[in-house]
Ligand binder design. Sequence first.
Ligand SMILES: [Zn+2]
Length: 561
Amino acid sequence: MHSRSSRNAALALCVAAAGAACSRPARLAADLVVTHANVWTGDAARPSAAAVAVVGDRIVDVGSADDVERWRGPATTVVDAGGRRLLPGFNDAHVHFVEGGRQLENVDLKDAGSAAEFARRIAERARTRPGQWILGGEWDDQRWSPAEPPTRALVDDRTNGTPVFVTRYDLHMALANSAALGRAGITERTENPPGGEIVRDARGMPTGVLKDAAMDLVRRVIPQMTADERMHAVRRALEHAASLGVTSVQDMNASYDDLAVYAELGNRGELTARIYAAPLATGWYDQAKLGIRRSFGSPWLRIGAIKGFADGSLGSTTAFLFEPYADAPATRGMLSDEMRDVSQMRNRLMAADHAGLQLCIHAVGDAAVSQVLDVFGAIVQANGERDRRFRIEHAQHVAPKDFDRFAELRTIASVQPYQAIDDGRWVEKRIGHDRIKSTYAFRTLLDHHVTLALGTDWTVAPLDPMLTLYAAATRATLDGRNPDGWLPEQKLTIVEAVSAYTIGSAFAEFQEREKGTIARGKLADMVILSDDIFSIPPASIKDVKVLATIVGGRIVHQRNP
Ligand SMILES: [Zn+2]
């Protein structure tokens, strides 16, 4: 793939005297033409094409290479896609963007194969960014010989005053160096907190390893992100998104500090993904009092949604179920703090809906989903019918009786297929054979005409859309035990998955007229892929790369095949 452009954006406009006809038809040259592409438009009126012309940030023409050729002017950037597959850009309907960017910043110890390599990577980080907390990790001492947890002595000499707090991959253990222990006030005299242990050597001195609740002693002294760090994290996240073909993200639980950074980057013209942010539902009035409604803002940054929580997660047995957990019969999970008093939750969401805000509610367990649908039903009763697009985030376990109601309330299922192949390793053990049939039930939801919006919940799952498409189409669990698919009857076709990831997600943020397909008048958000995901075996999709990402007509990522 190659592109070329010349200096000026030229407008080849015909200038005519008032009322007089032009000798040539008025014509605008394109700023960008992508040609020789295998375009999947997602637009039923014209499902495929070979070329796209863009003026400014909008698509002005979609057609054959010849059709679009007439848009080429002297200053037009031309991208020859070499016959490769072009799609609308991916719209991740559920991310934690700042957290994601921050994670990219962390030191990566996942594949450190020895204690020496572990120490080397930490030392390198301390050298390049002295004084800044070194976080992250995911180290695994079982890969080392001897297979023993690290000690602060291993890194102290090479980190000096730079505090280190790196966690084991299971998050039940962390190593703190002496600088971090010092800031937390942990000495040989510090007692173990309930539910935690400060590991000590033969002389009774802390080794630096902290287990479970003892990790909180350090966590609480790690400073909040500064504005600069937040800006840096967002930039990293934007780069990462561009490299993966993610052109829009829907940022859940966004803080006002996050919004300030997005706005600042937006003002500078530096956003390379479009952001729809949903701050926490408990603060709904902050938006409502300003008269902000669903999907308020610019094509780059919009607010007007709120994110609430009905329950927890299956992994921590806090997803709220109708029946007890199969492997923990004493519990059926629990409602979240904000949902425990259901009438209070109902009142809050009803008021937010009345103010015109969009409701995005996290519900994982079947009983939580059911109760959220109850609340949604009550809201429609009280506030009347309108195009409000309720969302349930995750919707992992839906009781068979609730699929119809899900559809009737026109609730969008904002789902993360990668979690099906991740959790699919152990879900059956946790909830039993019968209940898994309506778990991550993407096919059943579609069959009931529920709109799906696809996403990742990054950082919970990788941001890479190829992994999500692979997961949706194969349902091959990460442990390799279900090569033909875990609950294969719930697989999506690639076309269904791509549709849900583009126009489905756009619909979920009230932007289906602006983006989600390749059509005249829409925002020019597109990706060119290394391989044609519609014709290769679904198992190969996870290896497909994004060769170009175009957002608003601007090429924000390019790589060689
Ligand atoms: Zn989330």
